[in-house]
Design a protein around this ligand. Structure first.
Ligand code: SF4
Length: 173
């Protein structure tokens, strides 16, 4: 097992109105070697070989892994951070144990196409998602900055299609 536990700390962003936290976790194992394998398995958003770092998008969050630290840009509380870190711990350990079967990747995944997201939105520009237009919201979703469930007006069928489309990029709510 590469990672058994973490030490975590939480930081509130400098903006006084911010409601979220940033989470920094130190794993008890060195992640350097597992990162290219994890990049293959989880389709990383950014990968840097030296020094090794991998950025993932998950549940509309940016998660950056380096040799000795995992940073999650937005969490609402400690419980949410612990859920994400536990998911990551399992992914890291499964990847490490199965690395003999995985071709390491030093590339980044193709991002989702904005139009594929936009075409499934209601096109009313109602601002209910916090964005001025559905197109801006589609950009946000494509970058992992918001989840598709932030649009309260998606019908069931398009919600299902968006989930299916974004699943391949690991951009799920
Ligand atoms: S809430 Fe939905 S319909 Fe309204 S602007 Fe945002 S994406 Fe468009």
């Amino acid at each position: 097992m590469l990672v058994a536990r973490y030490q975590t700390r939480f930081v509130r962003p400098p903006n006084p109105s911010a409601q979220h936290l940033r989470c920094f976790a130190q794993p008890d194992g060195d992640l350097s070697e597992v990162l290219p394998y994890l990049n293959t398995r989880l389709k990383g958003y950014e990968f840097c070989p030296a020094p090794p770092s991998l950025t993932l998008k998950y549940r509309a969050k940016m998660i950056t892994l380096t040799a000795h630290e995992i940073a999650i840009n937005i969490v609402k509380d400690q419980t949410e951070a612990e859920e994400i870190l536990e998911w990551l711990r399992q992914e890291i350990n499964a990847t490490w144990e199965g690395r003999g079967e995985i071709v390491p990747s030093f590339e980044v995944a193709t991002p989702p196409r904005i139009f594929e997201i936009f075409k499934l939105l209601p096109h009313t520009n109602c601002r209910g998602c916090g964005q001025p237009t559905c197109l801006v919201f589609a950009v946000q979703v494509s970058q992992g900055a918001q989840g598709f469930n932030d649009c309260p007006h998606l019908d069931q069928e398009n919600r299902r299609k968006l989930r299916e489309y974004l699943r391949q990029f690991h951009l799920l709510d």
